[in-house]
Ligand binder design. Structure first.
Ligand code: AMP
Length: 346
């Protein structure tokens, strides 16, 4: 129990956005929100699941609900409505085994289920009810089909998709005189202060070294895939915390091999093991929340570049959202992904 992610947040070993704290309860912003408002209310006592509650915890759980009530009022969602959810064990999708309560709101959350008792006995009403049940089943099927298996089962996160403008790309790639905000023009031609990290440093910072044994050395200037001639001197690294942009193949190719780039493959480890872009580190988007301690070892002075399968794959966005919440940026998502990369002949 002592090393769950929530215990580490309580012990201030890793950061979190704390919304409330008392002697026995802490409330933090969820790192991968499933609704406009998504806060986790966590009793500090290390109770793994609801199954482990005892009579002695009754008051504590009661206080959790009072905290939820007060937070809902603070966020102005008390009148519009909200939901309090606790997942217990595998079927409910519990991923962190330190009891916590999701406070969700700020938007229409949809119905969870219908247990309305039947008052009808007539044949017509039976058909009507059967039809309603079918419709409800279809609705639920669509909802569950779209759901993210690791998130709250009836909500799917919406990712903002913003393509990098030419100006932003030029700035990041250092191919024009456009200086980044806050960077003076002379810096643009100087070697990066942030890039003083050597290849060895980057290797040491490889976040998935333990969870992804096949992870290769992250991008280096010697990468076989790096078009050395096309890569101009890197401009000074300019942090843009929380900025996520989508990029295309052309920009992706230009970024490969740059010292400032931290390349992430967000696909499942099995696919990563079958093949990946040279220099990529595997951070599985499906389990990104579980790997936060490793993720936090990624240096902040890096342009994060992420790809997954391409097409409708959302794993890159999932990883990007978590990194964004920890202040990384700029974060660039190569939307063509592995499919386009392999088709392009690399
Ligand atoms: P559950 O699936 O019910 O166990 O919920 C665990 C929740 O914790 C998920 O919604 C995650 O997004 C969230 N979570 C995991 N790690 C962190 C973290 N470091 N900071 C905030 N929320 C987190």
């Amino acid at each position: 129990m002592s090393n769950t992610i929530f215990q580490r947040i309580i012990d201030r070993e890793i950061p979190a956005t704390i919304e409330f704290e008392s002697d026995d309860i802490i409330a933090i912003r969820d790192i991968a929100p499933s609704a406009s408002t998504h806060v986790l209310i966590i009793p500090k006592k290390p109770i793994p699941t609801v199954n482990d509650l005892t009579e002695a915890d009754a008051e504590l759980v009661g206080r959790v609900y009072l905290v939820a009530r007060d937070l809902a009022a603070k966020y102005g969602i008390d009148a519009s409505g909200y939901r309090i959810v606790t997942n217990c064990n595998a079927d409910a999708g519990q991923t962190v085994f330190h009891l916590h309560f999701h406070l969700l709101g700020g938007q229409q959350l949809g119905r969870m289920n219908s247990h309305a008792p039947s008052h009808s006995t007539g044949r017509g009403n039976v058909l009507l009810e059967a039809g309603l049940v079918v419709l409800l089943a279809i609705g639920l099927a669509i909802g569950f089909n779209a759901m993210n298996p690791k998130a709250i089962a009836w909500l799917k996160p919406e990712y903002k998709r913003v393509e990098a403008s030419q100006e932003e790309l030029d700035r990041i790639l250092g191919v024009s005189n456009t200086a980044a905000p806050g960077a003076d023009a002379s810096q643009a031609t100087q070697p990066s202060t942030g890039s003083s990290t050597t290849t060895a440093d980057v290797t040491a910072a490889t976040p998935m070294a333990t969870s992804a044994p096949s992870a290769p050395t992250p991008a280096t200037n010697n990468s076989a895939t790096a078009p050395a001639a096309a890569a101009p001197a890197e401009p000074a690294f300019v942090a843009e915390p929380g900025v996520i942009r989508e990029i295309k193949l052309d920009a992706f190719k230009k970024l490969l091999g740059r010292k400032q780039v931290y390349l992430i493959d967000a696909r499942i480890p099995e696919k990563f093991a079958e093949g990946h872009v040279n220099g990529a580190v595997n951070v599985d988007g499906n389990t990104v929340e579980a790997n936060i301690p490793q993720i936090l070892t990624i240096p902040k002075d890096r342009i994060i570049v992420i790809y997954c399968d391409g097409g409708h794959c959302e794993l890159s966005h999932r990883v990007a959202d978590v990194l964004k919440n920890f202040g990384y940026g700029p974060i660039l998502i190569y939307t063509g992904g592995w499919a386009e990369w392999t088709a392009s002949g690399k």
